[in-house]
Design a protein around this ligand. Structure first.
Ligand code: TRP
Length: 460
């Protein structure tokens, strides 16, 4: 029987069947989206899927505010795999996003036994320093610590009532013997992702979270928690148009005029409906069908394109009425770069990746030993050509070190035709990587005194 692909953030397995992953998890494609100033990751299909990215691109197009958020585990050293997310954060920043970065110190403390003090040192010296060197702009970046932001912890706690142990088990594979810290961490992380929408952290606006596809369970959980907390559900209507349904919950029952045994107070309900009409007035729909008793509003003329702005208008109303008013986060997904040995890239096995502060000579050794797509003899290689798909040198040029598309295509042609040998493509990779590492090292040295500029006030 086909069991499907199990993806979870803690697995050592890694599927690379990306179109299957996309279908199985209901992710959207990137191909037909109109991405402005596409980065090399967009152009090369490395970013291969998304959820609700259109909401973010719309905001960017209209110069409306939007944010990008990522988080880091302050353990170990930063390597090439980590830099992929930062490249995307940087791209969103260039399109106008404000940047929030969560240091997952509570998570690292609870699940990896690190002290908060150790977490802080590692986060600043290792991660934030490299983020700065990779080109994030300190003016629009705000790094904070989970342990120092009660809002994050509070919302993580509050949202706990929107899920159950069985759901956490089925999303993450938790079992009876799972550590509670592990079960709590995804809720705190949902707090990370959602809290930038609070008034004191920038207010209601789309937030996008770029991740590797193994992190999708976190995104799904967070999106579900946010939608479940919403007071108004906007859905496509069978007969065309959109419908808005009140979502009656403990928190809003009295506001929505629901009394004992579900009895509806007509006056309260009709006031709510008037507020909804007001919230929708600027859209200019001529026909709005109201059914206050059943808590339903239908807008036959609305299109799916209106859905985003209608949702935002209703989240504003929800906030006025006392709700959280949370927009589910958007996300983008990138493919994993292969590990240098041909299997998964991992901080715990240094030979599988290049660390951002590796010396040029260490990098050179790793590239020389890396998995090659070359044939076993020169004669055979000339005849059959090299395999770019499994050649680490080629893949690293594609993913990290060769930004020039024409130059990359030239290398691909030469190598796959057999004119270029395995040792030659490795040398090209070494040259480009050494330029890249040296450049990064210089940037780190020039910016090391300015790390505080990246920190939020509560992180200083
Ligand atoms: N749990 C993530 C990791 O293991 C770190 C993290 C914490 C995070 N909060 C986040 C990632 C929010 C993305 C968004 O690396």
């Amino acid at each position: 029987m086909d069991e499907g692909i199990r993806i979870d953030p803690w697995s050592s397995q890694q599927s690379t069947d990306y179109s299957r992953i996309r279908d199985q998890f209901g992710l959207g494609t990137i191909e037909r989206m109109d991405i402005p100033n596409p980065s090399m990751h967009h152009r090369r299909g490395i970013i291969f899927a998304q959820r609700d990215l259109d909401v973010v691109l719309d905001a960017a197009r209209k110069n409306d505010p939007f944010g990008v958020l990522t988080g880091l585990m302050p353990s170990g050293r930063m390597h090439l795999g980590h830099s992929m997310v930062i490249e995307q954060v940087k791209w969103f920043q260039n399109q106008g996003a404000d940047v929030s970065i969560a240091v997952a110190d509570l998570e690292a403390h609870a699940t990896r036994g690190m002290s908060l003090e150790q977490c802080r040192t590692t986060a600043l010296k290792e991660y934030v320093l490299n983020y700065a060197a990779l080109g994030l702009d300190s003016e629009q970046t705000s790094v904070y610590f989970q342990s120092r932001r009660p809002a994050v912890q509070r919302i993580g706690f509050t949202l706990g009532k929107r899920t159950t142990l069985s759901e956490m088990e089925s999303i993450y594979g938790f079992q009876g013997d799972s550590n509670l810290a592990h079960i709590q961490a995804p809720l705190v992380q949902a707090g990370d992702i959602l809290h930038p929408q609070f008034e004191e952290y920038g207010g209601l606006r789309p937030i996008v979270v770029p991740v590797g596809v193994d992190q999708d369970p976190h995104i799904r959980l967070t999106r579900d928690l946010a939608s479940r907390s919403n007071w108004f559900n906007v859905k496509p209507r069978k007969a065309g148009g959109l419908s808005i349904a009140l979502s009656i919950q403990d928190e809003n029952a009295s506001v929505f005029g629901v009394g004992e045994r579900g009895r509806v107070d007509r006056d309260v309900r009709s006031n709510i409906f008037e507020s909804i009409h007001n919230a929708l007035s600027s859209f200019g729909f001529s026909d709005i069908i109201s059914n206050p008793k059943h808590g339903l509003i239908e807008i036959p003329a609305a299109t799916t394109r209106d859905r985003g702005s209608i949702r935002i208008a209703l989240l504003r109303l929800e906030r006025q009425l006392g709700g959280l008013g949370l927009l589910p986060p958007s996300s983008t997904y990138h493919r994993f770069a292969i590990g240098m040995t041909g299997d998964k890239m991992s901080s715990s096995r240094p030979e599988t990746t290049i660390f951002l502060d590796d010396s040029v000579s260490d990098m050179e050794k790793k590239v020389k030993r890396a998995m090659s797509g070359g044939q076993s003899t020169v004669e055979e290689h000339r005849r059959l050509g090299g395999d770019c798909e499994k050649d680490v040198a080629f893949q690293y040029l594609l993913t990290f070190f060769e930004p020039d598309d024409a130059a990359l295509e030239e290398i691909r042609r030469e190598y796959s035709s057999g004119r270029m040998l395995a040792a030659e493509i490795k040398q090209i990779c070494i040259d480009r990587a050494s330029e890249w590492l040296t450049n990064l090292d210089e940037k780190r040295n020039s910016i090391v005194d300015q790390i505080d500029d990246f920190l939020a006030i509560d992180a200083l």
